[in-house]
Design a protein around this ligand. Structure first.
Ligand code: R5P
Length: 331
């Protein structure tokens, strides 16, 4: 293995314990503004120092991560289909190797859809990506995607992970399942486990523990961290399992302690804000324009509800965000 590739890999999977804590925030590439990841910058900021690496798209990296960070970036370079489109498996490579280098990617990530209509296209793309990335010493993480129509058992995941490794992927990301040891045993490269849809914190910690115990190097977790009411507490508890060999009870105890501290902090800062007014001594509802009667309006003669922007229907919204958020098919 070339020095550069080895060096990049060792920033993702820590060589002293062969473990990795990757924070996944790439969901928007097919889900749009995923619940609680509507503003990636705000989500990432407090979590960045607690993860070993961050998995994201180039758009989020450029807009939402400070370039001064020393956290390695695992750059998703595949995409093309949305949750409301015809077929999620129709993905292609969307980022050039030159741009990945400009972004100082420590690894490139893409999905393969084994058993789907676009199996051939995604698996061939993985092979090509590995060939290209290796020229520059950049490792590739293959994501074995799962969907409604694809399996999520040891037999299916062993097939998908092994295929990814055979194409030259340096790390494979997959889902935890029963008999996960079998998936790990038959995959010659390190396996990292996705968190999946949000579950109670203790269950997510149990999943992390089980995955590591079965031989995974760690987790690439998203929703179970930033959809928690206490994301920093959750990532630190997950970290305790991965890097401090904590068991589930110890990690959950840590989560509860940190979550309680977080709640207290939020409560305190809330307590300061209400009714705090810069102009001291003012009575509530005191109005700058003295003598005005309530509901007096600057623009005389206007009828109630008359609106500057003509033609707008009530509740018309400036933002183009879909009102009904699509729910992920993947989990
Ligand atoms: C899915 O394809 C995305 O790559 C996510 O990064 C992945 O699902 C991990 O996130 P989560 O823990 O939310 O499942």
């Amino acid at each position: 293995m070339d020095w550069g590739l080895k060096n990049r890999l060792s920033s993702i999977i820590k060589p002293h314990n062969n473990r990795a804590l990757m924070l996944a925030v790439d969901h928007g590439y097919f889900l749009g503004p995923t619940e609680k990841l509507e503003n990636p910058k705000k989500v990432i900021a407090p979590l960045l120092k607690h993860c070993d690496s961050l998995m994201l798209t180039r758009g989020v990296q450029r807009t939402s991560v400070p370039a001064e960070t020393d956290t390695p970036m695992v750059l998703r370079v595949s995409g093309g289909s949305s949750i409301i489109g015809d077929d999620l498996s129709q993905e292609d490579i969307t980022v050039s190797i030159q741009d990945a280098i400009r972004l100082n990617a420590s690894a490139l990530a893409m999905s393969i859809f084994v058993g789907s209509k676009y199996e051939y296209q995604t698996v061939v793309n993985l092979g090509k990506l590995v060939s290209e990335a290796e020229q520059y010493g950049i490792p590739v993480l293959a994501v074995t995607a799962v969907g409604k129509e694809l399996g999520k058992d040891a037999r299916y995941l062993s097939l998908a992970c092994r295929m990814a490794a055979e194409q030259g992927a340096h790390i494979v990301k997959t889902y935890y399942c029963e008999n996960f040891e079998k998936v790990v045993e038959s995959c010659p490269v390190p396996i990292i486990v996705a968190g999946g849809k949000k579950i109670p914190e203790r269950d997510a910690l149990q999943l992390t523990y089980n995955a590591v115990k079965a031989g995974a190097v760690g987790v690439d977790m998203g929703r179970n961290i930033w959809q928690s009411d206490h994301p920093v507490a959750m990532i630190r508890a997950t970290r305790a399992i991965i890097h401090q060999n904590a068991n589930v009870d110890q990690a959950f105890k840590l989560y509860k302690k940190l979550a309680a501290e977080d709640s207290n902090r939020k409560q305190k800062s809330k307590g300061k804000k209400p009714n705090q007014n810069k102009s001291k001594g003012k009575k509530p509802n005191q109005n700058k324009s003295k003598g005005k009667k309530p509901n007096q309006n600057k623009s005389k003669g206007k009828k109630p509800n008359q609106n500057k922007s003509k033609g707008k229907k009530p509740n018309q919204n400036k933002s183009n965000k879909p009102q009904n958020k699509p729910q992920p098919k993947n989990n």
